[in-house]
Design a protein around this ligand. Structure first.
Ligand code: G6P
Length: 489
């Protein structure tokens, strides 16, 4: 079953990401219960009929025994997932260490860890070794399951070494790599001790993708300035071999959100929330509890707004959902205490016997409760200090077609490039500016809200996750075909 260009109709796609889209809980020696988490990537790929996706990644749990590993592998196979088993030490060094303590902050312009420099240098070396080892373990699993004609799509900063490992196994494998975070300016990237090795490893891919044109441009400059390679309008050239580099902005499955709003359970939530916050305007923040999300800055801006606008004090409330994440990393633990301290102080300062200005929740919400919150709130505050794209802003817009709420959006989120015309853009570091944006949003006329929403809603409903995935994979197929033609000439 082939098309004219020789590709099968249902091409197999091996999606490789650090984390599988499941949460696995062990119920017995050889039994597991699994729950699929429908994040951006999963819904993107579920909607694409053209290829048949299989997932390869870490199940997020330590399974030291063979019986447990076999049982989990079997259970995952039913969900088209293939596990990579990482032991505790590797997870500590590779995931908590190199990925979350070094690459993540650096790519978001927060710099390298600055504590004891000697200790950092020592742990840096062992963490980088663990990073390479983990990437090789992912490559081994991919290679074991690879069949000719498959497309391999590697995701994110956890797996920058993977394209190189895969091409060493099989230079004909079609390999794409996509970064979901920003790629920083080359001046930031060059501070990383393993800067060149990582760039070379990524360049082994056939196609390298980013959310925005700026990130792609930064990557190409890093390759030209740090590696001395040639940047072309198409990508990066190394000894006659071209790695295509381009921007592919992700979207969401907007239909899933819009449809959910009609469900009775979501309508019930909406009714409850309206009753609960009657007579008050509600502002919403939904973030992983991560330093890049700018949660303390957002809350301080809200405090400034309350300070300067006494008439709003008992008429507005901020609901901040802060989903705990990477809780083994000390920086994240510090952030949690910092946020609690600020929230407590502001609620003490502006709260009354019957109401507090900030409702802060340290947990995630289920999909239906989240859709209801998106739908009833008057303003969303997305104030990331840096963010690859930020899909919360997209989800909010998708759920606001009735209310036409206002989106306040950081200019440092990738989404600012697509939703900038409809949102109020802010510099999240400037607390005074964000406080003024809150006042502007709360006082905005319904005509202006409607105009701004219309622009963003059109974008969110036409630039979907499915379209993103299709475009990337079809470009990857074309890139490989073009490269073959070039070598034949
Ligand atoms: C970001 C990254 C993803 C990651 C997610 C959750 O969005 O780009 O690759 O999966 O955060 O983080 P975690 O460390 O829990 O997987």
């Amino acid at each position: 079953c082939e098309r004219q260009d020789g590709r099968p109709f249902r091409q197999r796609l091996l999606v490789v990401a650090n984390r599988l889209p499941v949460s696995a809980v062990r119920r017995g020696e050889d039994s597991w219960s699994l729950e699929i988490s429908v994040g951006g990537l999963v819904s993107a790929l579920l909607g694409v009929k053209e290829f048949e996706a299989r997932w390869i990644g870490w199940a997020g749990v330590n399974v030291p025994d063979e019986i447990g590993q076999k049982a989990l592998t079997k259970a995952l196979a039913e969900k088209r997932c293939i596990p990579v088993f990482l032991d505790e030490e590797i997870v500590h060094q590779y995931y908590n260490g190199y990925c979350n303590n070094i690459l993540w902050p650096l790519f978001h312009y927060l710099g390298l860890p600055q504590e004891d420099r000697l200790a950092t240098t020592r742990s840096f070396q062992s963490q980088f070794a663990a990073y390479k080892k983990a990437n090789q373990m992912f490559a081994d699993v991919v290679n074991k399951h690879y069949e000719e004609g498959d497309v391999v799509w590697c995701h994110d900063y956890h797996l920058m070494f993977l394209p190189k490992c895969l091409k060493e196994y099989n230079s004909k494998m079609k390999v794409g790599w996509f970064l979901h975070t920003p790629f920083p300016s080359s001046e930031i990237h060059r501070t990383l001790p393993s800067r060149s090795e990582l760039l070379h490893a990524v360049l082994a891919a056939d196609l390298v993708g980013f959310h925005t044109y700026d990130y792609a441009r930064h990557f190409v400059s890093a390759c030209t300035r740090i590696l001395g390679l040639e940047g072309t309008p198409e990508g990066v050239e190394d000894q006659g071999r071209l790695t295509r580099v381009a921007a592919f902005p992700i979207g969401i499955d907007s239909v899933r959100f819009i449809r959910a709003l009609e469900l009775p359970q979501v309508q019930d939530h909406i009714k409850e929330l309206k009753e609960r916050f009657k007579g008050r305007k509600v502002m919403l923040g939904v973030d992983r509890l991560d330093m890049i999300k700018g949660i303390p800055q957002k809350i301080l801006a809200f405090e400034k707004f309350l300070e300067e606008n006494a008439q709003w004090r008992d008429k507005v409330v901020l609901l901040q959902i802060a989903v705990p994440t990477r809780t083994d990393v000390p920086e994240y633990q510090k952030l949690t205490s910092q946020v609690h301290e600020i929230v407590g102080r502001i609620n003490g300062r502006f709260g009354t016997l019957t109401a507090v200005p900030i409702h802060h929740l340290d947990r995630s919400l289920d999909f239906h409760a989240l859709c209801a919150l998106y739908a009833v709130t008057d303003v969303a505050l997305v104030t990331s200090l840096r963010d690859g794209m930020n899909l919360v802003s997209y989800e909010y817009v998708a759920c606001q077609d009735a209310k036409k709420g206002v989106l306040i959006l950081s200019e440092f989120a990738g989404a600012a490039q697509s939703l900038g015309a409809g949102a109020i853009l802010v510099n999240p570091w400037n607390v005074t500016e964000v406080a003024a944006a809150i006042a502007q949003a709360l006082n905005m006329s319904s005509e202006e809200r409607e105009k701004r929403h219309k622009h963003n809603f059109a974008h969110v409903t036409t630039h979907t996750a499915q379209e993103w995935a299709e475009t990337f994979v079809s470009e990857l197929n074309d890139t490989v075909v073009e490269a073959q033609l070039r070598t034949r000439q």
